[in-house]
Design a protein around this ligand. Structure first.
Ligand code: NI
Length: 386
């Protein structure tokens, strides 16, 4: 298959698909019309076997003309509760909901790739499983798909996320740690409330919470190797209810991100120890709830090399870019921990078309002219792996 010919043949379709999806975003777990649209599009190709896990996911299986291994290509399909401010003709028609994480691009690229693969089945060896995964933004979709059998028989998996910091026409496919594990915590501090003028008759929860907020940062600076990366962010801190009442309770909530399990364990254990003892130092008690959400995205070197080779074929050797690892999370990690996988950052930045705003913002958009390249990277990665 010739990349230039395929690009000319399919470019309009990938852009039209992206625009339709951008106009019709749906929140995590509610991707009913999105899934129906994907099924409707893929139903035109009788050699694709379609199934509906989750229930808002879609899996398309394509058996090649010759036997071989099985590769999975995955994208996520959900949108975010963000009000779009752009005035483009394909602005979201659903108030307060927007494809602000660019998953509309992911669907458009993978849907087009599935069609290209189906239309050229005679050239394919082995099996491609195309996974359209719901509920990525809430971190549960990948596991739901796996529990419904989406990875059965799969030898390797591949996915990409659009990346507004990277120029359109370039992609990062690099081995090793790429995205961080993502955990959530809440620490409840219990003291004893009372009159603001009588602190000696109370156990004030506010100083305990304040000291703890400061001390927790030393878990990162003093407990883990300086060669490792980690972030501990307290996103909210609440104490008390009124200016003239001593606070009887407080809580802190936040997230921990890192790349290796040892660091993750050290921070989790240190957090509980510190919460208990800092609270006790102020006469309070603490209860720590630590939730493991998603693991780190660590690219398998062999699969990443296959995907990078495919990307170089499609985009040319200058298409391969280096992007530093990010402490943003991604539930593709759940797939990666079961089969060797690669995950890429796909450039969509082009200031000339206002595609320069970060993910999860109300102006986030992409340089659509590059999307056909992403579709072809999915296609070539499947071919080259199989
Ligand atoms: Ni995303």
């Amino acid at each position: 298959m010739n990349s230039a010919q395929l690009a000319a043949q399919w470019e309009d379709q990938v852009i039209a698909t992206r625009r339709y999806l951008h106009q019709h975003p749906e929140l995590s777990g509610h991707e009913v019309n999105t899934a129906a649209y994907i099924v409707e599009q893929l139903s035109k190709y009788p050699n694709l076997e379609l199934s509906r896990p989750c229930p808002t996911g879609v899996v398309a299986v394509l058996h090649g003309a010759k036997p071989g291994r099985t590769v999975a290509a995955r994208c996520d399909i959900d949108a975010l509760p963000v009000q779009e401010v752009d005035d483009s003709p394909y602005k979201s028609v659903t108030p307060g909901v927007m494809h602000a994480c660019g998953h509309d691009n992911h669907i458009a690229m993978l849907l087009t790739a599935a069609k290209i693969l189906a239309a050229n089945r005679h050239e394919l060896r082995g099996t491609v499983k195309v996974l359209f995964q719901p509920s990525e933004e809430v971190g549960i979709g990948a596991l739901d798909m796996i529990e419904d059998g989406a990875l059965e028989g799969v030898d390797a998996a591949f996915g990409m996320h659009v990346w507004p910091e990277l120029a359109s026409g370039r992609v990062s496919l690099e081995p090793g740690p790429r995205m961080a594990s993502t955990d959530r915590f809440r620490i409840d501090i219990q003291g004893k409330g009372g009159h603001a003028a009588a602190p000696h008759l109370c156990v004030d929860a506010t100083p305990a919470a304040a000291f703890l907020a400061v001390n927790l940062q030393t878990l990162v600076s003093r407990s883990i190797s300086p060669a490792s990366s980690a972030v501990l962010t307290i996103g909210s801190l609440h104490s008390g209810s009124r200016w003239n009442v001593t606070s009887g309770s407080a809580y802190l909530e936040g997230t921990v991100r890192c790349f290796d399990e040892e660091t993750r364990k050290t921070i989790r254990e240190g957090m509980k120890r510190m919460a208990d003892r800092v609270a006790a130092a102020h006469g309070c008690t603490a209860e720590t709830t630590y939730t493991w959400l998603s693991d780190a995205v660590i690219n398998d070197p062999a699969i990443t090399a296959v995907a990078a080779g495919a990307a170089a074929e499609v985009l040319g050797p200058d298409g391969l870019a280096s992007v530093p690892p990010t402490l943003v999370g991604e539930d593709f990690a759940v797939i990666m921990h079961r089969v060797p996988s690669a995950f890429g950052f796909f450039g969509i930045r082009n200031e000339a078309v206002k595609a320069a705003f970060p993910l999860h913002t109300d102006r986030c958009t992409s340089d659509e002219s590059g999307l056909i390249g992403g579709a072809l990277i999915f296609v070539k990665t499947a071919y080259n792996f199989l």
